[in-house]
Write a protein that binds this ligand. Sequence first.
Ligand code: ADP
Ligand code: ADP
Length: 215
Amino acid sequence: MNIEIQSLIKTYNQRQVLNIKSLSLEKGKIYGIIGPNGAGKSTMLRIIAGLEEAKKGTILYNKKHLNGEIIKNLTYLNQKPYLLRTSVFNNIAYPLKLRKYKKETLKKKVIEIVKEFNIFDLRHQPATNLSGGEAQKVALARALIFEPELLLLDEPTANIDPNSLELIEKKIIKRNREKNTTIIIITHNIGQAKRLCDEIIFIREGEIVEYGKTN
Ligand code: ADP
Ligand code: ADP
């Protein structure tokens, strides 16, 4: 998915927290957003996700304004994953259930992805019993089980141990390469941004202060 942002301004209680003059994101690339706490990274991602409204400005998705049709094609993963109060299996199956997948197909896909993410043994656990890192893996599996054109990830590996980190980075890259998915990822980990991203967007006090390739 292509994204064109023009003159985007966001305020909270009349305080301006975001001012993006112009930003253009190409289909099939992985973008990193880096910046200090409070810079406006999460706000920007939530606005792109359509979860919050900007005060001014436009965002075009594949040259169109956001509408219900397009929002189906993006997946947003919050920094603190909101898991449903049900089993790991049901959590991951949920996006497919919403889209009325047949029971057998749904089951096959969920089993496939829990194996890929090394969380097969957790599938019957209630999601409320998981550690932070396990919950993040479940949330990412749920985000990837459906194949969105645009994947928005807010610090997807913040609580993750090094082994799982490598696995998750591989999954993100694999998805990008195989499905040409456009991915925007907020991270505090410069190494991760370099490993994953084609372009890095540095944000400070709501503005893009640097934009560039990683190599
Ligand atoms: P980052 O993700 O870079 O840490 P945020 O986008 O979360 O930054 O926040 C940017 C600024 O907006 C911060 O000063 C934050 O306190 C403020 N902010 C974020 N969300 C809200 C909100 N819902 N209401 C008021 N202020 C908010
Ligand atoms: P992040 O680390 O991504 O910036 P936070 O932990 O700051 O996230 O924010 C989590 C939630 O709290 C978000 O929904 C954000 O909108 C809200 N929030 C953040 N800052 C403020 C604020 N100053 N006033 C009200 N809500 C806020």
